[in-house]
Design a protein around this ligand. Structure first.
Ligand SMILES: [Zn+2]
Length: 391
């Protein structure tokens, strides 16, 4: 809670790529040094907005409708190419891959801070324990549960409209089916809607992010300290305070790019939003906005065992497909992972991406139970029979 108070209360809003995010990273680095751990500070470049690529795709959609309606067959063919590139880029962006739209978004400096906590014996496994330090903006779509479910519907509709648009423009242009051209007009309202909900967020202030995600970063820091004092037998823990999760898990991506093959038996556990009131210890059964990504069967089985043996921690699994986490980025790269996201049993993250995500609203019990659960899980993994590297 001391770490949480400092990150969310003293530093406050920590927008991705901002100086405040950097100050949070410095705080983590100083705590690592205090623990006698060697800290690594790794800078990377990242887009300043996670919304902008999707807003650009919607703009391409509107332009493409115009071209198809008023620029004849050639216009429709050009629209098909533009929309095709934008649509592929949208999918690549959602699954953490380079793409044409990302290239068009302004970049800023961010950083990962991490430290290794070595085991007592030879390292047979490595677990990256990741919690992001940056905070999101406070978009209108997050201001009520109803608006959030509308947002979910718009994202699904939007992705469908990008795919359908590409097909209609291609049929109208490449195959010259002129009667299809007026049909493209039906897509315009969807593109407009997507444009509205993706442009608005970048006009809003950043949240203090006590739950999202001072709570997760604090748990990672606290566990690094506890494990440093009482090391595991064969499992090295890499405590990673990532930057730029909120704009597309760029910190997690940068870390993997640099270190994917550098660790023995790599696994990952992400801790995100673990201080909400009315929340148990929730780990995800599936993640990913379009294609579902699954947690590591090994880590999930261990979590299930801890859940059964420790009813006092009130743990449960739930699916999470509204947005992504750093674990989604690890899963998308094939790293066996488990993801803690503090959803209530009804599937809601309290105060998510809102101005009310403040220190006063955090339930210290939720934070502590999550920390206990993750530590128990790590100990069981450490004791477990499988010495075979999974990743
Ligand atoms: Zn988060």
């Amino acid at each position: 809670m001391r770490h949480l108070h400092h990150l969310a209360g003293s530093i406050g809003p920590r927008g991705s790529t901002t100086d405040d995010e950097r100050e949070a990273s410095r705080y983590v680095r100083d705590r690592f040094e205090e623990l006698g751990l060697e800290s690594h500070w790794e800078r990377f470049r990242a887009p300043v907005s996670g919304w902008r690529p999707f807003a650009l795709a919607a703009m391409v959609g509107l332009l493409s409708v115009g071209l198809t309606l008023w620029a004849g067959r050639v216009g429709a063919a050009v629209a098909a190419v533009l929309m095709g590139v934008a649509t592929v880029s949208v999918f690549l962006e959602m699954y953490f891959r380079p793409n044409a739209l990302r290239a068009l978004v302004r970049k800023g400096d961010s950083q990962n801070v991490w430290a290794q906590v070595p085991p007592r014996g030879e390292t047979e496994l490595t677990v990256v324990l990741v919690g992001h330090v940056d905070t999101h903006r406070t978009p209108w779509v997050f201001t009520s549960p109803r608006r959030l479910s509308t947002f979910r519907a718009i994202t699904t509709l939007g992705v469908a409209a990008f795919v359908i648009g590409t097909v209609i423009f291609a049929l109208a242009g490449v195959f010259d089916i002129a009667t299809l051209r007026p049909w493209s007009l039906a897509l315009a309202p969807v593109y407009l809607l997507v444009l509205a909900v993706t442009l608005q967020p970048d006009t809003t202030p950043f949240t203090q992010g006590a739950n999202d995600n001072a709570s997760g970063a604090a748990v990672v820091l606290s566990l690094a300290g506890r494990i440093a004092r009482e090391p595991l037998a064969r499992t090295e823990v890499v405590a990673l305070a990532s930057g730029c999760e909120e704009v597309g898990s760029y910190g997690a991506q940068a870390f993997l790019q640099a270190h994917r093959d550098g660790f023995v038996g790599l696994r990952a556990i992400s801790v995100d939003n673990v201080g909400g009131k009315g929340v148990g210890v929730c780990y995800t059964s599936v993640e990913g906005m379009v294609f579902p990504l699954k947690p590591s069967p090994e880590l999930l089985a261990l979590a299930e065992a801890v859940r059964r043996d420790r009813p006092d921690l009130n743990a449960y699994p739930l699916p999470y497909t509204t947005l992504h986490t750093d674990a989604t980025a690890f899963m998308a790269r094939g790293v066996p992972s488990l993801s803690f996201v503090g959803l209530t049993p009804a599937g809601v993250i309290p105060d998510w991406h809102q101005e009310c995500d403040t220190v006063e609203r955090v339930d210290p019990g939720t934070v502590e139970r999550t920390e206990e659960f993750v530590l128990e899980l790590l100990r069981r993994l450490d004791e477990g029979p499988s010495a075979a590297p999974e990743g």
